[in-house]
Design a protein around this ligand. Structure first.
Ligand code: FAD
Ligand code: NDP
Length: 518
């Protein structure tokens, strides 16, 4: 390990212990740059990297700046997850689940007088925003405590080691130099290139702080964001319609995705299939007239909505970075990196959503950022493992999965080498409110031979995210069907179903249980 690295590692408590050096910091020669590390972007990836690097003794500066959305929404430090992503989404998801629970409570004997329960949207938004503001505050305190300098400005490359930014007043431009730069600028929602889209539509950047009730909402896009937003809006008593350009949840297991869409439709979320929007106009009554086109039938149509929410994917924020000044290679609006997150310029790295071809998920961003900091400043060598990352779509009955879809397994290994075990199940708590068994389904995609190594686990049901998180660790450790079926379940839970899978798809047997005990 170089003297410089050893000197830096000496302030990293974990590393001090593991490499057996004392707590005394050695005098350093004068550094060549203002900072050891400048991080561009204070979201999940950037903050994790900056804080870990500071823990390891590096001198760190982190830039974070949020341009207001076209609808004027702005927010503080912490990035997408905290402000306009995972956290507010999970809170709205929870609010919607509670509404459902209140209705189920009646079946369980609760006297709920007002059967027409409706949430107070403004109060919900206020509570969600208050929570976010408290997280913003804690984040700033944390940065200060960890001695990460924070500048609330957009950073851009002037040359490969120099970052330029505007001061708070915007009147002056300043420059800092860094030995290493980590780009973690994430992305923002896309808008379709049609009349009225930007002026009249909103996105996930706006919905969690939207001041007026969304009402009848057209959700355009059937990826994670589209389905999740449609579901919590439905659960909160509004009327979402999902416009699907091609298929729902591209990239996920097809059977699970179609099942999820069918479940949503059954719960009253209509889908406009093979349809694309053409224009949005404001009517005299203030509502929004959306014209659209069915690409399969060729038919044109229109409908009137209170809100139009674009959920058509996200674009990487490369445009403000002046990457050509540093020579960093891009692929469209994303940055190309190698296995060690290095860009085409060896001392410039990228982590999180801005990276080309990697999952756009917060835990991925955090772990990649943290591991990178340890490699840069603590002599560590561990690379981020992007395989078998578990994920959950937070629809009311969640869909969670880890590993391969059935299609991918068949494509990579051949249909004859794959066994799929599956089953519908009815959680105990579904019986009294008489909820459908059709809404919970699970399957394990495995090798057919030997102990049957499991390649993928898929699960639609209550709290699926919590269930799959544990199984994800097992899958990463080489879980087999043999081990799974010899694991004693916890009764009565829904996760237990994984230990009772007995029906193979190839047997053609009906995977519907006769009762809860079957
Ligand atoms: P970001 O969190 O976007 O942070 C980048 C930051 O850099 C931003 O603050 C940005 O304004 C700032 N910035 C941009 N350019 C510059 C610049 N030049 N200088 C300074 N600062 C700059 N993931 C999950 O795992 N689970 C979920 O449930 C989940 N739900 C989601 C729900 C929604 C609605 C959305 C949109 C996303 C969701 N995600 C979820 C994805 C998750 O939010 C992202 O993967 C994660 O936030 C990416 O982190 P990041 O640090 O790469 O980028
Ligand atoms: P996705 O890429 O997942 O989905 C975009 C959807 O919009 C697709 O259905 C796509 O259709 C459709 N679409 C794209 N362009 C158009 C267009 N011009 N007109 C009509 N429809 C269009 O993006 P999201 O915004 O939903 O999510 C972005 C990322 O954020 C996800 O990949 C995920 O990693 C992360 N995220 C994670 C969550 C979680 O962990 N629970 C929740 C939310 C987001 P088509 O299939 O035809 O291309």
């Amino acid at each position: 390990m170089s003297a410089l690295k050893l000197m830096r590692c000496s302030s990293c408590p974990r590393l001090r212990a593991s490499i057996g050096i004392g707590s005394v910091r050695h005098a350093a020669s004068k550094p060549r740059h203002d900072y050891d590390l400048v991080v561009l972007g204070g979201g999940s990836a950037g903050l994790a990297c900056a804080k870990e690097a500071a823990d390891c003794g590096a001198r760190v500066l982190c830039f974070d700046f949020v341009k207001p959305s076209p609808a004027g929404t702005r927010w503080g430090i912490g990035g997408t997850c905290v402000n306009v992503g995972c956290i507010p989404k999970k809170l709205m998801h929870q609010a919607s689940l509670l509404g459902e629970a209140v209705h189920e409570a009646v079946a369980y004997g609760w006297n709920v007088n007002d059967q027409d329960l409706r949430p107070d949207w403004r109060k919900l938004v206020r509570s969600v925003q208050n929570h976010i503001k408290s997280v913003n505050w804690v984040t700033r305190v944390d940065l200060r405590d960890k001695k990460v300098e924070y500048v609330n400005s957009l950073g851009a490359f002037l040359d490969p080691h120099t970052i330029e930014y505007a001061t708070r007043s915007g009147l002056e431009r300043r420059q800092v130099t860094a030995e290493h730069v980590v780009v973690a600028v994430g992305g923002r929602p896309r808008y379709p290139d049609i009349p009225g889209a930007v002026e009249l539509g909103i996105t996930s950047d706006d919905i969690f702080s939207y001041e007026r009730e969304p009402g009848r909402t057209l959700v355009v896009g059937a990826g994670y964001v589209g389905l999740e937003c449609a579901c919590f809006l439905k659960g909160l008593g509004y009327e979402p319609t999902v416009m699907v350009r091609s298929i729902v949840l591209r990239g996920f297991d097809r059977q699970m995705s179609e099942l999820l869409a069918a479940m949503m439709a059954e719960r009253g979320v209509p889908f406009l299939g093979t349809t694309i929007p053409r224009s949005v106009e404001r009517q005299a009554d203030g509502r929004l007239l959306v014209r659209y086109h069915n690409t399969a039938t060729g038919a044109d149509g229109s409908d009137v909505f209170d809100t139009v929410l674009w959920a058509i994917g996200r674009r990487g924020l490369v445009e403000d970075l002046h990457l050509p000044a540093a020579g960093v290679r891009t692929h469209g609006d994303k940055i190309v990196v190698d296995a060690a997150e290095a860009t085409s310029v060896p001392h410039i790295f990228a982590v999180g959503d801005i990276v080309y071809g990697r999952p756009e998920l917060t835990p991925v961003a955090i772990l990649a950022g943290r591991l990178l900091a340890r490699r840069l400043f603590a002599g560590a060598t561990q690379l981020m493992d992007y395989a078998d990352v578990a994920t959950t779509v937070f629809t009311p009955l969640e869909y969670s999965c880890v590993g391969m879809s059935e299609e991918t397994a068949i494509e990579l290994r051949g249909a004859d080498n794959i066994e799929v075990l599956h089953g519908y199940y009815k959680p105990t708590e579904f019986f009294i409110p008489q909820k459908s068994v059709r809404h919970c389904y699970l399957k394990a995609v495995a090798e057919i031979s030997g102990d049957q190594k499991i390649l993928g686990l898929h699960y639609i049901g209550p709290v699926a995210g919590e269930v799959i998180q544990g199984f994800a660790a097992a899958l990463k450790s080489g879980l087999t069907v043999k081990t799974l079926l010899s694991t004693v379940g916890i009764h009565p839970t829904t996760a237990e179903e994984f230990t009772r899978l007995s029906i193979t798809k190839r047997s053609g047997r009906d995977p519907t249980p006769a009762s809860c005990c079957s």
